[in-house]
Design a binder for this molecule. Structure first.
Ligand SMILES: NC(=O)C1=CN([C@@H]2O[C@H](COP(=O)(O)OP(=O)(O)OC[C@H]3O[C@@H](n4cnc5c(N)ncnc54)[C@H](O)[C@@H]3O)[C@@H](O)[C@H]2O)C=CC1
Ligand SMILES: NCC(=O)COP(=O)(O)O
Length: 328
């Protein structure tokens, strides 16, 4: 039996609170497992009219059958949707800390994080590139041994470099990093999805995968040696492939995940195909952590038009991965 799932509301001024409220409202139709929110109650009340039941511990989720169970993180100011503040960012970070701790202690069955603004978090002194690395640190996992996997119904992608400027990608792309992300991806596919021998398609960095060195040498000097190393470890990795031709319907059937060299190479195909059901799954952690693929969407927060389906997919995927891990 998987304990209830902890879902952080994310930035109080973003779309997190409203989409989590809607997920709870439609939990049966959406096929969601028991879950509870962690975050600011006022941010929820301002954008969602459903009932909320304050709890102190996940064990109390069962007594709140008619209201969204919430571990409240106090916030001293009025929240205005679409208008992020530093106090709101602090509240989002506190919620993340609490929910991570509850999941690490197994009081929660998995962690699902609502969208936060990286700029707002950095402004209050957060030093991690994103929630992925924060949760990794809290779990004692070195960032290079984690992998961010974007999961959709017909595609999974893993960026090797993540939140860095495009201009820095070639220098930061090393054989060692590609191997550690590839290893985490392969292990994660087995552990979370039950795929015994995962197939990894490895993208090139340059147009036409470098065109035999005419359009760049990273494929020859950095990526091909990483593929050889992964193969030597028994991982079914192949490439480097031309990134422009590896995401069409037929190509997608030849692999279980695409190892991509930079953020947009992985996220553009995923969000183009599956924006409304895309899930961000962190691999390499001792706990299950997922998030919807989208961000805070401050431009539409509080307007009642944000889709809650990626959040629902994140909650469902977190539960399915926790169940899969419990089988092993
Ligand atoms: N997991 C996380 O916490 C993530 C956080 N972010 C953060 O979000 C902030 C905004 O980033 P953007 O690149 O603008 O991405 P975004 O996903 O917030 O917004 C991009 C566009 O998609 C729309 N959109 C996003 N989610 C939607 C939904 N559920 N339903 C309907 N429309 C939706 C927005 O209205 C906007 O037009 C940044 O500060 C970034 O750091 C971005 C991605 C993931
Ligand atoms: N673009 C994906 C993203 O920003 C996810 O970041 P996080 O989950 O590490 O906070």
């Amino acid at each position: 039996m998987i304990p209830p799932i902890a879902v952080t509301l994310g930035d109080p001024a973003g779309i997190g609170p409203e989409i989590i409220g809607r997920c709870w409202e439609q939990r049966e139709a959406l096929g969601l497992p028991p879950f509870f929110g962690v975050g600011n109650r006022d941010s929820l009340a301002g954008v969602w009219k459903g009932p909320v039941c304050q709890i102190a511990h996940p064990e109390e989720v069962g007594v709140c059958s008619d209201a969204l169970p919430l571990i409240e993180v106090a916030d001293s100011e009025v929240v205005e949707p679409g208008k992020p503040t530093l106090i709101g960012a602090r509240c989002a970070l506190d919620a993340l800390e609490i929910a991570t701790g509850l999941t690490r202690s197994s009081a929660a069955g998995a962690l699902v994080t609502g969208p936060v603004s990286k700029a707002q978090l950095q402004a209050i002194g957060f030093t991690h590139p994103g929630q992925t690395e924060f949760v990794g640190e809290r779990c004692g996992v070195f960032a290079a041994n984690l992998a961010m996997m974007l999961v959709g119904p017909t595609l999974r992608t893993v960026p090797v470099t993540i939140h860095i400027a495009l201009a820095d990608v070639p220098q930061r792309l090393t054989t060692e990093l590609i191997v550690s992300r590839g290893r985490a991806a392969a292990k994660g596919l087995t552990r979370n999805f039950g795929i015994a021998s995962p197939r990894l398609a490895v993208a090139g960095l340059n147009p036409h995968a470098g065109e035999s060195g005419l359009l760049g040498r990273e494929e020859i000097d950095v990526i091909a040696p990483a593929i050889a190393e992964l193969q030597a470890e028994g991982i079914d990795a192949f490439g480097p492939l031309s990134a422009d031709a590896m995401f069409h319907e037929h190509a997608r059937k030849s692999y279980d995940a695409a190892l991509c060299m930079y953020h947009d190479q992985a996220l553009v195909p995923l969000k183009t195909l599956h924006f409304d059901e895309g899930v961000n799954l962190t691999l390499g952690l001792p706990i299950v952590r997922t998030a919807p693929d989208h961000g805070t969407a401050f431009d539409i927060a509080g307007k009642g038009i944000a889709s809650h389906h990626a959040m629902a997919a994140a909650i469902r995927t977190a539960h399915a991965c926790a169940v899969q891990r419990a089988i092993d």
